[in-house]
Design a protein. Structure first.
Lengths: 104, 118
C-alpha cells in the first residue's frame, strides 16, 4: 500500500511569494496518476493538477506540478489571496495528509 | 456542464441505517467511475471506494471494505453510499467525485454531512 507524505504541514507565506509543496511516495509511483487538489474551508476539493504536471481545466498557469518516481512538487509561482487553502496530493487510492498554505 | 449533486445533511443515531446519494448530469454517467471520499472533522481526505455504473463493478479500500456499500442505479444516473449500522465514528463529510482518465477525481459533489450522535 502506497503512503504519500506531504511537507511541510503548514506553509506561512505572503501574497506574491512563491510556494513550493512536496509530496513523497513510500515507493515509486507512476507520474501518470499523481494529482493535486486545492480545498478551501467549507468547499469540496478542486482538481488542480493531474498526471503530475498537467493543469486541469480553468486552472491558472501560476500553478505547476513536477516530479517523478517518489518525489513530486506543486509550485504556486506568485500567491494570490485566493490561493490560501489546503493542498492534497493523490496517487490512485492514496491521499497525502495535506499542506496548509496560510497568510503570514 | 458536468455536475454531481448530493443528497442533504443527515443526523442519525448509532445503530441506524443510512443511504446517501449522488446524481450525475452533463456527461455519460455509465462511462466513468464514481468514487466516494470521506473527510472526518478537521482531517484529510480518505479514498473509500469506486463504482463503474455501466456494470456496477465496485472496488473498496481495505479500510472501508465491509463497513459500507457502494451501489449505483444507472437508469437515474445516481450512485449511493450506504451503512447498515452507523457508529459515532462515521460522523464526517462524504464527497462523491467522478474518476478521470488519469485516476484523479476531476469533478466533485458538494458533499453530504453525516452526523451520528445519540
Amino acid at each position: 500500500e502506497i503512503v504519500l507524505t506531504q511537507s511541510p504541514g503548514t506553509l506561512s507565506l505572503s501574497p506574491g511569494e512563491r510556494a513550493t509543496l512536496s509530496c513523497r511516495a513510500s515507493q515509486s509511483v507512476s507520474s501518470s496518476y499523481l494529482a493535486w487538489y486545492q480545498q478551501k474551508p467549507g468547499q469540496a476539493p478542486r482538481l488542480l493538477i493531474y498526471g503530475a504536471s498537467s493543469r486541469a481545466t480553468g486552472i491558472p498557469d501560476r500553478f505547476s506540478g513536477s516530479g517523478s518516481g517518489t518525489d513530486f512538487t506543486l509550485t504556486i509561482s506568485r500567491l494570490e489571496p485566493e490561493d490560501f487553502a489546503v493542498y492534497y496530493c493523490q496517487q490512485s487510492r492514496a491521499f497525502g495528509q495535506g499542506t496548509k498554505v496560510e497568510i503570514k | 456542464e458536468v455536475q454531481l449533486v448530493q443528497s442533504g445533511a443527515e443526523v442519525k443515531k448509532p445503530g441506524e441505517s443510512l443511504k446517501i446519494s449522488c446524481k450525475g448530469s452533463g456527461y455519460s454517467f455509465t462511462s466513468y467511475w464514481i468514487g466516494w471520499v470521506r473527510q472526518m472533522p478537521g482531517k484529510g481526505l480518505e479514498w473509500m471506494g469506486i463504482i463503474y455504473p455501466g456494470d456496477s463493478d465496485t472496488r473498496y479500500s481495505p479500510s472501508f471494505q465491509g463497513q459500507v456499500t457502494i451501489s449505483a442505479d444507472k437508469s437515474i444516473s445516481t450512485a449511493y453510499l450506504q451503512w447498515s449500522s452507523l457508529k459515532a465514528s462515521d460522523t464526517a463529510m462524504y464527497y462523491c467525485a467522478r474518476l478521470g482518465t488519469s485516476r484523479d477525481f476531476d469533478y466533485w459533489g458538494q458533499g453530504t454531512l453525516v452526523t451520528v450522535s445519540s
